[in-house]
Design a protein around this ligand. Structure first.
Ligand code: G3I
Length: 380
């Protein structure tokens, strides 16, 4: 569906904020070595930071974050269940350490994630009689959560994943029947962005989702995002989570996704990149965290190390992905890997618990892998 002129102009008018955040972040980020420095004139290069890295003072991991990346994302510590476990109780310690780390290292700091159907306490959607909360009650709870969190880090967190994953996994062509949607309808999506923007008008605000290369999802999201922009909802960009496999999705499918969202005047962020090298537990290719499958040895073929041939395949895959990102650097603000080393990747336990996966650029000892060198080799 062609965007109408009004919402294209609106999206384009919001785009400079994204461009400004990108330029400012790259220029002000400390001169780091490694990937971030090598890609400085292309886009930000980031990593998700685990709560363990922060709370257990994992010095090696922290050193890697400082030297290789100029953008960091809170992997878990700012999720509703972690940071706001009771209606009147907040856990700030890990999140404060995360933000402090980013500020001290002059990195672009990304907050993750304000409104999501997952990792959110059930009581948020219940009234005092344990019935579904009214739209008004849920709206006030959303406002309290977003205002408290965004206000605390105003001027420190540059970009927020405001809403995650609004699209149903059943056909990818309708709203996910989350409690947010069931109670407030699409208004929950619009109000989350409006509230975040009012709380920090300078923050860049993203919609973040997986399988953004699926055509039916693109059709749905073009309509939903256009509708939101048409209503003046301040959406500045989209996050393609990019939880990929060695062989899929194709470069052509990923390129089309980048183009579809960029054509809407939205900045494109690669927000959670990893490449799963293990056999697919099922043909399921999403990242819906509630999905899981039984462990079996055939699903865990490399418990004692990655074979050379597979390391080579991974290096080739990362190189083709980054070649594509470089080609579209004018639309892409940031490329973030979902973790720092293979040791702390969520892919060791999802969709099958207890596997040994190798989805990132640094191995379990924090050493750069072939894939790292193939990515660095594209620009140096
Ligand atoms: O910290 C506790 C630990 O104390 C406890 O012993 C252990 C027991 O299982 O759980 C630990 O918390 C786990 C947490 O990761 C830290 O490891 C949670 O159970 C587990 O649910 C959580 O999984 C995270 C998942 O989101 C759900 O929040 C993954 O690390 C994280 O990588 C993943 O990331 C999501 C993005 O936020 C959104 N996009 C999809 C992506 C993958 O699902």
């Amino acid at each position: 569906m062609k965007m109408n002129r009004r919402n294209f102009v609106l999206a384009a008018s919001l785009a400079p904020l994204s461009a400004c955040v990108k330029t400012q972040a790259i220029s002000s980020a400390v001169k780091s070595s490694g990937l971030a420095e090598a890609y400085r004139d292309k886009f930000l290069v980031g990593a998700a930071v685990s709560t363990d890295t922060l709370m257990n003072s994992d010095v090696a991991d922290q050193q890697l974050l400082k030297s290789e990346f100029n953008s960091i994302t809170a992997e878990n510590c700012q999720k509703w269940e972690e940071i706001h476990p009771e209606l009147d109780r907040w856990n700030w310690e890990a999140s404060d350490r995360f933000v402090k780390f980013g500020i001290e290292n002059k990195q672009h700091v990304l907050g993750h994630t304000l409104v999501w159907h997952s990792q959110i306490p059930e009581h948020v959607f219940r009234d005092s009689d344990q019935n579904l909360a009214s739209p008004g009650l849920l709206k006030s709870r959303m406002e309290n959560h977003i205002n408290t969190l965004v206000d605390r880090y105003k001027g420190k967190i540059d970009t927020w994943d405001v809403v995650n994953e609004i699209v149903s996994d059943d056909g990818y062509d309708k709203w996910r029947e989350s409690d947010w949607y069931k109670i407030m309808g699409p208004e929950f999506f619009y109000h989350a962005f409006k509230t975040a923007h009012a709380a920090d008008p300078k923050a860049e605000l993203l919609y973040n989702d997986y399988n953004m290369h699926y055509k039916s999802k693109q059709v749905f999201l073009k309509r939903a995002l256009s509708e939101a922009l048409d209503r003046g909802v301040p959406i500045h960009g989209v996050g393609l989570q990019a939880h990929y496999m060695l062989g899929e999705p194709s470069i052509e499918e990923i390129e089309r996704a980048i183009e579809v969202y960029a054509e809407m005047g939205l900045s494109v962020h690669i927000t959670e990149l990893d490449v799963d090298v293990l056999p697919a537990a099922f043909e399921y290719m999403g990242a819906e965290i509630s999905t899981s499958f039984e462990y079996s040895d055939e699903l865990n073929p490399y418990p004692n190390g990655l074979p050379e041939a597979v390391a080579e395949e991974l290096a080739t895959r990362y190189a083709e992905l980054f070649k594509l990102f470089i080609k579209h650097k004018d639309s892409i603000s940031r490329v973030t890997t979902w973790g720092t080393t293979d040791a702390n990747s969520w892919k060791n336990n999802w969709p099958v618990k207890g596997r040994t996966n190798y989805p990132l650029l640094f191995d379990r000892s924090g050493n750069p892998k072939k894939a790292y060198h193939s990515v660095l080799g594209l620009v140096s």
